[in-house]
Design a protein around this ligand. Structure first.
Ligand code: NDP
Ligand code: 8X3
Length: 250
């Protein structure tokens, strides 16, 4: 029987590419995000390949998150794979001039939102003694860079929570994976810089990772045999050596 995967942040970037990759493999999809028009578009596109259900909720809203997951119809209720991907950076400022709303957004979405979604889904996995949780961390969860302060803090938290999940869910045979990419060309920088044209320069002069590159690794991780768990992956494009060193042609 085909697996069912729930993907948060499926309206863009890594989440959307993962939905497309999973659809190729006939995985049933529960696609989540806040932009309904995009959910409708991806629903229509992927329904040709697999069964698709969409959920519109903000992961910051605890009640909306639990209500949405509770509302799943019986044929989508059993979730085998959870991809905790929704998240963004908001701003790139030194700590002394950082914006409180940006800090709230990053901690509330990247950390607490991931926890709410996980809390809504883990009980059915522990009950069945099976499941796979993949948390999208970042190279920013392994290495802090200038002005990255709170975003890096949120992604360090994601990595710590991932490790905690792997320990606590070990008795239940649940796989837990962290995928930690470096620079990926998505809407990430448009969100981080709030539409400022500076965002256009982030991926210039080198070939950044593409969202499909991450999606392929996620598909690899979920398709390993039962005894294999890909615990932690750090991925860079060839031009990137670490958070601060990127070989650019311009
Ligand atoms: P995008 O901006 O392209 O996608 C972000 C996704 O998250 C969207 O689908 C958005 O959907 C969703 N999202 C954002 N806020 C919320 C919210 N409050 N509630 C529900 N959904 C939300 O960025 P990426 O694809 O690049 O980012 C995906 C993940 O990958 C993030 O966790 C990011 O930190 C991580 N990452 C990104 C890297 C990069 O360089 N791009 C590198 C390393 C990690 P909607 O707006 O419809 O709600
Ligand atoms: C996204 C990669 O380097 O912009 O997590 O933090 S970076």
């Amino acid at each position: 029987m085909n697996k069912t995967a729930l993907i948060t942040g499926a309206t863009s970037g890594i989440g959307r590419a993962t939905a497309h990759e999973f659809a190729k493999h006939g995985i049933k999809l529960i696609l989540c995000g806040r932009r309904q028009e995009r959910l409708d578009t991806i629903h229509k596109a992927l329904s040709k390949q697999t069964d698709v259900y969409t959920l519109n909720f903000d992961v910051r809203d605890k009640k909306a998150t639990f209500d949405a997951i509770d509302s799943l119809p019986s044929n989508f209720k059993t979730i085998d794979v959870l991809i905790n991907n929704a998240g963004n950076a908001h701003g790139l400022d030194p700590i002394q001039t950082g914006n409180l709303e940006d800090w709230d957004a990053m901690m509330d979405i990247n950390v607490k939102g991931l926890l709410y979604v996980s809390k809504a889904i883990i009980p059915q996995m522990t009950e069945r003694k099976s499941g796979h949780i993949i948390n999208i961390g970042s190279s920013a969860g392994k290495e802090v860079y200038p002005k990255g302060n709170v975003y890096c803090g949120s992604k360090h938290a994601v990595l710590a929570i991932t490790e905690g999940m792997r320990i606590d869910l070990n008795p239940f045979g649940i796989k837990v994976t962290a995928i930690n990419p470096g620079l990926v060309e998505t809407e990430f920088s448009q969100v981080r810089f709030k539409g400022d044209p500076i965002a256009d320069n982030v991926y210039k002069g080198y070939k950044a990772l593409q969202p499909e590159d991450i999606a392929e690794v996620i598909q690899f991780a979920i398709s390993r045999p039962a005894h294999v768990n890909i615990a932690d992956v750090l991925m860079f494009c060839t031009a990137q050596a670490n958070s601060t060193i990127v070989k650019k042609d311009i």
